[in-house]
Write a protein that binds this ligand. Structure first.
Ligand SMILES: [Zn+2]
Length: 338
C-alpha cells in the first residue's frame, strides 16, 4: 500500500445491522471508484470483552463482525482503519460516552450537567492525567486492533475543547499544548508498542487558527497548536477543510514541512475537493515533499441509516437529487480527477 496512493472514505459506523449495507457500499461505490481505504469510526460501538462495562449499545460490533468486515474489504482491495475517539468527543454536549459513563472519574469537566448543550459545552474529554485512564483505554484499543488486524489506527483527536479545565484538579492551569501532546504520545505508544502499526489523527488542533485564518472548528484558538513540535513524526495527519476559501489551504504544506505525512480531507463539496487536493499535490511536488502526501480522503457526516444507504444505492442506478448526499456521491465518483 505504501507505493500506491491512498484514496479513503470516512464514515461513522456503530450498528451491526448495517453490515450488509456497508458491504454493498464497498462493492458498488467504493471499489468501482478506486477507493482503497475506509476510515471506519467505530469509536466505543464495540463489544469489549476486557471491559463489558464500556457498553455503547446492543447493536455494537463484535470481534467476529470486525474480522468479517475486514476480510470482505480486503477481498475488494480496501483496508479498514478503525477510528477510536481519544481524549475529546467523549459524548455530545453534556452527555457522556460509554467510557465516561463507566468511569465518570475520568471526566475532565465533572461539573458540567449531563443535559448541558452547546455553547456551554461541545463535547466532554477524558482527563489525560488521570492515573488509570491509559490502562483502560489500552485494553479497548488492543481489542479493536486484535479484531480488525489493521495496518493503521485512527485516534480521532479533533475538536478537543475541554482540556486543562478548571474543574480538573490534575490539569487546572497546565499548558494545553503539553497536555494535548501527552495524550497523543500516550496513544501512539499504546498502538505502536511491539506492533508494526501506524497512527492517524485529525489535524485541526495542530493548526493556529489566527495564523492561517481558519475558524475555531478547523483550527485551534485555545493554544494546543504548539503540540505539533512534540509529536512523533510518523503520524499520518488528516487535514480537513470542508468550505470554499479564497486564500486556499496552506496547511497540508505546513504539516508536510513539519515532517508528517498528510491526507487532506474534504466533505461533499466538489469544488473544495478539487482545490484542496489539487493545491496539496502540486505543493508537495514543487517542494519535493511527495513522500509526505499520503493520499486523499472524502468524509461523510450525515447519519448512515437504512434510508441513506438506499438513497446511495439509487445514485448507483442513475437517480439524481439536489442534495448534499448526491453531491457527496459525485465527489466520490470524481475523486481521482482532483
Ligand atoms: Zn485533567
Amino acid at each position: 500500500m505504501s507505493t500506491q496512493q491512498t484514496t479513503a472514505f470516512h464514515l461513522r459506523f456503530g450498528n451491526k445491522e448495517r453490515i450488509p449495507h456497508l458491504k454493498k457500499l464497498m462493492r458498488t461505490v467504493l471499489e468501482p471508484n478506486g477507493f482503497n481505504m475506509i476510515v471506519l469510526e467505530i469509536d466505543k460501538n464495540f463489544i469489549f470483552k476486557s471491559h463489558p462495562e464500556v457498553h455503547e449499545g446492543d447493536h455494537s460490533l463484535t470481534k467476529e463482525d470486525a474480522q468479517d468486515l475486514q476480510a470482505y474489504a480486503r477481498e475488494l482491495g480496501i483496508e479498514i482503519v478503525p477510528l477510536f475517539q481519544a481524549l475529546g468527543h467523549q459524548g455530545w454536549g453534556g452527555s457522556r460516552s460509554a467510557l465516561l459513563r463507566a468511569y465518570p472519574e475520568f471526566d475532565e469537566t465533572p461539573d458540567v450537567p449531563l443535559d448541558a448543550e452547546w455553547p456551554e459545552i461541545f463535547c466532554r474529554s477524558w482527563c489525560p492525567l488521570h492515573p488509570e485512564v491509559n490502562d483502560v483505554v489500552a485494553d479497548l484499543i488492543n481489542e479493536l486492533i486484535e479484531a480488525f488486524t489493521p495496518r493503521y489506527f485512527h485516534i480521532g483527536m479533533d475538536e478537543v475543547y475541554e482540556i486543562a479545565s478548571d474543574q480538573c484538579d490534575r490539569c487546572r492551569g497546565k499548558d494545553r499544548a503539553e497536555l494535548f501532546a501527552k495524550a497523543v504520545n500516550d496513544m501512539h505508544a499504546i498502538i505502536t508498542k511491539d506492533r508494526d502499526l501506524e497512527v492517524m489523527m485529525w489535524g485541526d488542533r495542530l493548526l493556529d487558527a489566527e495564523k492561517f485564518g481558519y475558524d475555531n472548528w478547523e483550527a485551534d484558538t485555545f493554544g494546543t497548536h504548539r503540540a505539533i513540535h512534540d509529536l512523533p513524526k510518523d503520524i499520518i495527519v488528516l487535514d480537513w477543510h470542508y468550505d470554499e476559501r479564497d486564500k486556499g489551504y496552506p496547511t497540508p504544506h505546513y504539516l508536510m514541512e513539519h515532517g508528517f505525512r498528510v491526507m487532506p480531507a474534504c466533505w461533499y463539496k466538489e469544488n473544495v475537493a478539487e482545490q484542496l487536493f489539487g493545491e496539496a499535490q502540486r505543493d508537495a511536488k514543487e517542494h519535493n515533499l511527495e513522500d509526505h502526501f499520503f493520499g486523499k480522503i472524502v468524509t461523510s457526516w450525515h447519519h448512515w441509516d437504512e434510508e441513506a444507504y438506499d438513497t446511495f444505492a439509487g445514485f448507483v442506478k442513475g437517480e439524481e437529487e439536489v442534495t448534499e448526499l448526491y453531491r457527496l456521491y459525485q465527489t466520490m465518483k470524481n475523486v481521482h480527477e482532483y
